[in-house]
Ligand binder design. Structure first.
Ligand SMILES: NS(=O)(=O)c1ccc(O)c(NC(=O)NCCc2ccccn2)c1
Ligand SMILES: [Zn+2]
Length: 258
């Protein structure tokens, strides 16, 4: 039965979503009962300097808050990581409504959105661009978002989103403490995976926080007011910018908690 090759076309990237030969692709469904507790997995330690925050920009797939990664001022260490990794940017993935939007799922539970804090291995590579092509180049902390009370610290970011409504828009955004987006619970799962957008390289140590953070529905509604499209193009709302689940293949998800 010839597979309809349009089925393989990603709605967002207009390209093949299967990476031929990919054995560690992301995102995945985390099956809690299959995860293996690793007592040696220490808590993940983040040390973020709010002054390293540079700007926010719409890259046509999500909005990125980018950081100055020319020093070790904003880093993540501990957990499954052998050495510190530098914070480069954070971004989100979300749905057209509150019923879906996250990339990873937990026992098939989908969340309305997912935050990715992206760090690169500055001990082994010279630049982020180099690191994303290497097997242990990146460490991405994933945090689920659920609908609940308003996230006060996120509001500063939400308020500036209209200024990056269009693809390629960029706005100065300095002094933001990214650690305010982490849940208070330190429990996490970790596994070896990939970028969830092109170039889809298998360079990521994923650290997925067990507990979600809460945002209110009006904050997520502002995410959905962004556009995939540039000024002058036919407007397409930036929604459903998540990748479908990928096969776990022969990987084990480890947990930092019992
Ligand atoms: N979603 S993720 O795996 O955390 C991640 C982290 C760092 C990254 O640089 C990327 N991907 C990325 O920046 N790709 C270049 C821009 C782009 C191209 C196509 C689709 C989405 N984004 C994804
Ligand atoms: Zn992402």
């Amino acid at each position: 039965n010839l597979q309809d090759n349009r089925a393989n076309l990603h709605p967002l990237w207009k390209g093949e979503i299967d990476v031929p030969g990919g054995s560690r692709q992301s995102p995945i469904n985390i099956r809690i009962r299959d995860s293996v507790f690793h007592p040696q997995l220490a808590p993940v330690h983040t040390q973020y300097d709010p002054n390293t925050c540079l700007h926010i920009w719409n890259n046509g797939y999500s909005f990125f808050v980018e950081f100055d990664d020319s020093t070790d001022k904003s880093i993540v260490s501990g957990g499954p990581l052998e050495n510190p990794f530098r914070l480069k940017q954070f971004h989100f993935h979300w749905g057209r409504n509150n019923d879906w939007g996250s990339e990873h799922t937990v026992d098939s539970r989908v969340f309305p959105a997912e935050l990715h804090l992206v760090h690169w291995n500055c001990s082994k590579y010279r630049t982020f661009e180099e690191a994303i092509m290497e097997p242990n180049g990146l460490a991405v902390i994933g945090v689920f978002l659920k609908i609940g009370k308003q996230h006060e610290k996120l509001q500063k970011l939400v308020d500036i989103l209209p200024s990056v409504r269009y693809k390629d828009a960029l706005t100065e955004f300095n002094y933001f403490d990214a650690s305010c987006l982490l849940p208070s619970c330190v429990d996490y799962w970790t596994y070896s995976g990939s970028l969830t957008t092109p170039p889809l390289t298998e360079s990521v140590t994923w650290i997925i926080m067990k507990k979600p953070i809460e945002v209110d529905h009006s904050q997520l509604a502002v995410f959905r007011s962004l556009l995939f499209t540039a000024v002058g193009e036919e407007e397409k709302y930036m929604v459903d910018n998540f990748r479908p689940l990928q096969p776990i293949m022969n990987r084990t998800v480890h947990s930092s908690f019992e």
